[in-house]
Design a protein around this ligand. Structure first.
Ligand code: SAM
Length: 230
């Protein structure tokens, strides 16, 4: 993968970016996504934020080698702290991390979201944490998609400001994804159900305790919610 030949996962994230928006890509190891967006004429300027020195330097190197230093500002810092109000950022992308980490980055930096219109988030796991954060902070899901690449399944959740009221099932599987019921969606949850059933079989063999009972009930609840959505 490189900035001109992006993974399907990042290309799908890119497909949600509005033309000429001012973008910040947070956790931008190699800055492939912002470089691709400039090369394809979707954006003219952007910020790439990174908190780890190695990936930060890779992003700087990539941006320089692509001749994009005037368009993409690579900044070192934790989460949204790299964004200033004067940047007037309109779109934030955060891809390739766990849902809880993405939600914690948004929570810690929520005062930086005043100019932001769209959040495009690609959690590798536990997208539920993002939907829960969004509902609590008055962001609503305007689009979702799911894709498979190299035997891994990825969800992408697109948020804009506004209220939503999601059911427990929507939080878990995604309201748009549930509607679409794509083959990848069905595959993801069939795999999860198989894994949860395996865990349930183990729990059934464990000595009875309050903790085991609680885990079983949580698992039974999730299994029922997912089965109803398929
Ligand atoms: N976004 C790229 C992608 O999707 O291919 C890179 C994903 S990489 C697995 C996750 C990157 O996020 C790492 O480079 C990591 O250093 C960075 N990261 C993790 N937590 C971060 C934070 N709080 N602020 C900025 N970057 C962070």
């Amino acid at each position: 993968m490189n900035a001109k030949n992006l993974s399907e996962r990042l290309k799908t994230v890119a497909s949600f970016v509005k033309k000429d928006t001012i973008l910040a890509d947070i956790g931008s190891d190699h800055a492939y996504l912002p470089c691709y967006l400039v090369h394809t004429g979707i954006i003219t300027q952007g910020i790439a934020g990174e908190v780890v020195k190695g990936p930060f330097e890779s992003a700087q190197k990539q941006v320089r080698s692509e001749g994009l230093a005037q368009q993409i500002d690579v900044r070192f810092g934790n989460g949204l702290e790299v964004i200033q109000t004067a940047d007037n950022v309109q779109t934030i992308t955060i891809a390739g991390m766990g849902g809880p980490l993405i939600a914690s980055i948004l929570e810690a930096g929520k005062e930086k979201l005043s100019t932001v219109e769209t959040l495009i988030l690609q959690p590798n796991v536990h997208a539920k944490a993002i939907r829960e954060w969004a509902q609590k902070e008055n962001w609503k899901i305007v689009n979702e998609t799911i894709l498979e690449e190299h035997d891994k399944i990825y969800e992408i959740v697109v948020l804009q400001k506004g209220e939503m009221k999601l059911t427990e099932q929507d939080l878990l599987v995604g309201p748009f994804l549930k509607q679409g019921k794509s083959a990848v969606f069905l595959k993801k949850w069939t795999n999860e159900l198989r894994e949860w059933q395996r865990i349930m079989d183990q729990l059934n063999k464990s000595a009875v305790s309050g903790e085991v009972q609680q885990k079983k009930e949580e698992l039974e609840r999730k299994i029922a919610l997912v089965k109803e959505s398929l």
